[in-house]
Design a protein around this ligand. Structure first.
Ligand code: SAM
Ligand code: SF4
Length: 330
């Protein structure tokens, strides 16, 4: 057995987020510019290459894999990759999950569940159809809601991810919490992060979750919980609905101490930290040699450069990190 991946700060790296495409069928205003340019096809790893890379990480002790993007379900052939990765569950891989905008869930939820996925994150920032279309620039809320119904019917546990947006969804917390309670979904609120040019100033959208939480406590009873996922969210349980509520607060609270993850882009760049620019090219190692030992060495030397933490400061006008969240999948 190869030795596990341990970074310079003694953190074991057991979680890989794999972006399977940088493309998306939506253009959420805080995530992408309307006229985004995407990677040329030649830069993109094939599904076989993505599978080989994922396999190398699993061989090095990664037990959890999350597929993300861009929108993972728009990549052609993605269900085949999901099935092939699902076959590794119980053979080094403990969990396979997916983050999606939900627009293609209605067609694919059954296949995802059969492949061994047990829980998914679905991004949804509003329950208002008009606001949904505006925030995503052209998306349709009814498609996402149909996808959520299909996912629940397929037995998938669902967590809704909602980015807190000043002046947009800040009056919807009560409605979202009540709706998640009725639907049996957990909810996670996320602060906007300064990543990539979106063709506008994101500072206006930033809403600190400390404010949101104080407001919620006027209406709901937030009970402490020991619940933890491999992710950075801190959870409470809402007594009135019985559902969990998570907070992801990269800007008001630094969550780096327990970081166990790295992120791989669809062009094979490994980002050791979401909030830093350093990356390692694994595509070269992947294409340059059929020998898994060389690939393992390239992964190990990247992990040896994992920094202590991120460096986001929302007040800076320029994005703290030039790449978009859709490149690394958040
Ligand atoms: N397309 C899929 C989706 O929307 O779930 C997966 C990729 S998307 C980049 C992953 C998550 O990142 C979504 O929940 C999205 O809301 C969030 N996100 C995108 N840009 C962000 C930003 N600048 N700050 C905070 N969250 C962001
Ligand atoms: Fe697409 Fe997800 Fe970014 Fe929205 S947040 S534009 S759905 S990648």
């Amino acid at each position: 057995m190869p030795a596990p991946l341990i970074d310079p700060f003694g953190r074991a790296i057991t979680y890989l987020r794999l972006s399977v495409t940088d493309r998306c069928d939506l253009r959420c205003v805080y995530c992408m510019a309307e006229d985004m340019s995407f990677l040329p096809r030649a830069e993109i790893l094939s599904l076989e290459e993505l599978e080989r890379l994922a396999g190398a990480f699993v061989a090095l002790g990664v037990t959890r894999l999350r597929l993300t993007g861009g929108e993972p379900l728009v990549r052609r052939g993605i269900l085949t990759l999901i099935e092939r990765l699902g076959a590794r569950l119980g053979h080094g891989l403990d969990e396979l999950t997916l983050t999606t905008n939900g627009t293609h869930l209605a067609e694919h939820a059954g296949t995802l569940a059969r492949a061994g996925i047990r829980r998914i994150n679905v991004s949804l920032d509003t329950l208002d159809p008009g606001r949904f279309t505006r925030l995503t620039r052209w998306g349709r809320l009814d498609r996402v809601l149909a996808g959520l119904d299909a996912a629940r019917a397929a037995g998938l546990a669902i967590k809704i991810n909602t980015v807190a947006l000043r002046g947009e969804n800040e009056h919807e917390w009560d409605a979202l919490i009540a709706w998640c309670g009725e639907q049996g979904f957990d909810l996670c609120l996320i602060e906007t992060m300064p990543m990539g040019d979106i063709g506008a100033d994101r500072t206006d959208l930033y809403l600190p979750l400390s404010q949101v939480r104080a407001h919620l406590e006027e209406t709901w009873t937030l009970d402490p919980t020991e619940y933890k996922t491999p992710g950075p969210a801190r959870y409470v349980r809402i007594r009135e609905t019985g559902r969990r509520l998570g907070f992801i607060t990269p800007l008001t609270h630094n969550f780096c101490e327990g970081c166990n993850r790295v992120r791989l882009t669809v062009s094979g760049r490994l980002f050791m930290c979401l909030g830093q620019n350093d990356s390692a090219d694994l595509r070269g190692a992947l294409r340059g040699s059929e020998n898994e030992t060389d690939l393992h060495e390239a992964i190990r030397s990247a992990i040896a450069r994992k920094p202590k933490g991120h460096d986001f400061v929302i007040e800076r006008r320029a994005p703290a990190v030039a790449r978009h969240m859709s490149v690394t999948g958040g």
